[in-house]
Design a binder for this molecule. Sequence first.
Ligand SMILES: O=C1C[C@@](O)(C(=O)O)C[C@@H](O)[C@@H]1O
Length: 247
Amino acid sequence: MPRMNSMRALLDLDLPLIAVSFADEDSERAAAEARSAGVDVAELRIDRFARTDVGHVREQVGAFAGLPVLATVRSAAEGGGWSGAEEARLELFREVAPLVDAVDVELSSREVVADVIAAAHAHDALAIVSYHNFDHTPDIAELDRIARSAKEAGADIVKISTMATNAADLKVLASLLVNAGDTEMIVIAMGEIGTASRIFFPALGSRLTYTFIGHQPTSGQLDYAETSRLIRRFYPEYDRRKGGVDA
Ligand SMILES: O=C1C[C@@](O)(C(=O)O)C[C@@H](O)[C@@H]1O
């Protein structure tokens, strides 16, 4: 039976969307809180789970039923917690693809990226192809090249998340968004200087902003409550248009 991809339905509204990242701690409670708070997307950071056997991972995804779910198994090479074999990571992606709305795989994960995208597409899940740089923001030519490669690899959404160390970095990332053409993008400037990007890059077309409830995972992130307040403040359409989809 074809299933509805609820993240795609939200994206189609063309509004800023707010994700909260979760590991596998007390998922039933966390999911209930996310549902009642009106979180748009639950990002499951499977790479940060205490256990990654298939049964456990499926159960965790199940706990978030009713919310759009994005599955991430971030490689250690890009700042994630996955240091296991690539084959096992691919297997996890294949297991969750039929259960989730989107997956996030790094462009640099050359061994598995094509297969992860194919697994997502086989189940009508969106493929986010990502690039992270926790050290600096590369120049615009390099970022353009990365974004083009991710798109060519089959990304539905290209995600670029880099450390901003000065105002010029913010401008580089903003120009990437402004010149994205028909490439769907998520662009994040990490670090304290980048905090503004988490609220204002959606105005330039960034499709998702990442937040947390509880412990701050990445420098510069605002928590869900504050993000949600600011998004509502700056995007008056947010509540009005989303109402129809969430119901
Ligand atoms: O890559 C991203 C962006 C992020 O690192 C951030 O800085 O908001 C948070 C991660 O959970 C997510 O997968």
